[in-house]
Unconditional design. Sequence first.
Length: 201
Amino acid sequence: MSDLEHTPSPFVAGLPIGAELPLPPVAEWDIFPFEGDLRVRPLDRPVLPEPPRHGEDGPENCDQCNRADQEFLWTDEHWRLTGLREPSGLPAVVLLMPRGHHDLADLPAGRAAELGPMLQRVERALHALGGIARVHVDKLGDGAAHLHLWFSARPEGMLQLRGSYLSTWDDILPPIPVADWQANGRVIAAAMAAEGGTAHV
């Protein structure tokens, strides 16, 4: 790549790198998880080119591609659903990914057409746990090149956990008991399998 391709965009070039920044208005929201004296970290300079994401060099080096179906909660011909490796603070956090090594931009047309119904299906499976008010869906992708969509279950009545900080609360709350986490995984897998595919727990 040329130096020109590694030059920060005008947006990045205009950011206040290294400057002291004020707390955002969200610090006053009732869902903000923190209180007390907080400071915003200064912005670092851009790293260009960015380091490659995991699996960016192809499926042979992708952890998700190389996992056996039995390591997932549920699979079918084109999609796989996995839980986290260990319990976290929410009743359930699961990730949906295509079997093939694709990111969203290069997802084949057939898989893209299935994605909307699959989003609905996974949300229904998390609601099958009972006591779930909302299911949050996120697509991040900064860590791995294999498309993975996050689904996080917010318990009913926990209004502080609403909105954009649900994943932060998931890191803050004590992990649920392992037996409950495993039982929840079985419920989700069975709900997915009721509409096709195979449950593996």
